[in-house]
Design a protein around this ligand. Structure first.
Ligand SMILES: [Zn+2]
Length: 139
């Protein structure tokens, strides 16, 4: 890991973590009412935005998860043995990296952590093999 500069520019395969004062304005969005966008990792791109002062050790890997094609747990669907589907919740996969920092489980405890599941590793690998990742945009 190095700091990019005029004398050490990014090369096409590099991944960039940009630390900015305000992620929302850096990506042309607005913070949600009562909330704050702490990070942004566009799928398949090589740049991740982190807000100055955020929890870099968790938000950084979380956003890299997004840029590697992973969605928030609560945005995924679970397939039941009957074949029906239902959304996962903040009670699913306690301590998973892809819960949002502000997600609380039904017991009122933080849902987020650092773990990932084998299905998430397989999804990143599937997208990598399909050429959907590391597409080189770093702006
Ligand atoms: Zn996220």
């Amino acid at each position: 890991m190095t700091v990019a500069s005029a004398s050490n520019p990014l090369s096409k395969g590099d991944h960039a973590l940009k630390i900015v004062d305000d992620v929302a304005s850096a990506i042309g969005q607005q913070d949600p009412p009562g909330g704050n966008i702490e990070g942004y990792g566009p799928v398949g791109q090589n740049v991740v935005y982190l807000e100055k002062g955020t929890n870099y050790s968790r938000t950084g890997p979380h956003e890299l998860g997004h840029s590697s094609g992973l969605a928030h747990i609560k945005d995924l669907m679970e397939t039941l043995p009957s074949g029906k589907t239902r959304p996962y919740t903040t009670d699913s996969f306690p301590g998973n990296l892809m819960h949002q920092s502000q997600d609380m489980n039904s017991q009122g405890q933080p849902a987020a952590g650092y773990s990932i599941e084998s299905f998430q590793v397989k999804e990143m690998y599937r997208l990598y093999k399909a050429g959907a990742l590391n597409r080189g945009r770093q702006q």
